[in-house]
Design a protein. Structure first.
Length: 242
């Protein structure tokens, strides 16, 4: 009987690392902006193993909306690592409607439940997670036009964040409870303001979405955490990071 060369098994293949960034419009690709996903991709080109990033940010998404695409956009990709950032759309009260909305689009309780579900399912499928708080908001003429009424305070520079702050705090609590690495983007922007003595509006293209400068601030903090996750797989099998 002829002897055939043994085929390489999948386990012996060179390891690689897949990252999915899962969020709303602050994650999604944006014209004229170098978002954190693309910045990370550039910075990880010299990694000891190949790293691929897939941007699954969708504008206008809440965690409730993202739940409907979670399996297809995240789990079916079989990622090693998922970076999750939601909160702005969940927290918003649509006071511009007729009649004005009285509550956030997604309740704080449901926001927390949805995030905990994402983390649990990603881990159950063999992946790892990094959570990121939403960035703060600052008034612009358009935002004044749309949200210039209670529960928001147009006379306060930070008056658009009174509800969002609670969602950021919920993200912090979940990260602590579940032992998930956290990039506190909300706090990063606050610290930037105090350090530079000027409004973080300079980090936001329209008072809501980070510009390239804002995304760079996030990437600077995110990069070493991601590199540590990638390094932990170097020389290991191609199975997802636990």
């Amino acid at each position: 009987m002829p002897v055939h060369a043994q085929e390489s098994s999948p386990a012996s293949a060179a390891p690689s690392f897949l990252i999915v960034t899962f969020g709303d419009s602050t994650t999604a690709p944006r014209k004229g902006v170098d978002v954190y996903t693309s910045q990370l991709e550039t910075r990880l080109k010299s990694s000891p193993i190949p790293v691929r990033l897939v941007n699954k940010g969708v504008g206008g998404n809440t965690t409730a909306m993202a739940m409907k695409r979670f399996k297809t956009d995240v789990l079916d990709e079989k990622p090693d690592l998922v970076i999750i950032q939601f909160g702005i759309n969940d927290s918003m009260v649509d006071v511009w409607k007729t009649p004005p909305a009285q509550a956030s689009r997604v309740s704080l309780e449901d926001y927390e439940k949805n995030l905990r579900f994402f983390v649990a399912e990603i881990r159950r499928n063999g992946g790892d997670v990094i959570l990121m708080t939403p960035n703060p908001l600052r008034w612009t003429p358009l935002l004044h036009h749309n949200y210039d009424k209670p529960p928001y305070d147009p006379s306060d520079e930070k008056g658009l964040t009174s509800i969002l702050e609670k969602y950021a705090q919920a993200m912090r609590a979940i990260a602590h409870d579940l032992n998930v690495p956290l990039v506190d983007v909300y706090a990063l922007y606050d610290t930037w303001e105090k350090t530079n003595g000027e409004s973080c509006l300079k980090l936001l293209g329209d008072g809501m979405h980070p510009n390239t400068r804002g995304h760079t601030l996030t990437t600077d903090t995110l990069e070493p955490i991601v590199k540590s996750k990638v390094a932990s797989k170097t020389g290991a099998s191609s199975s997802p990071v636990k």
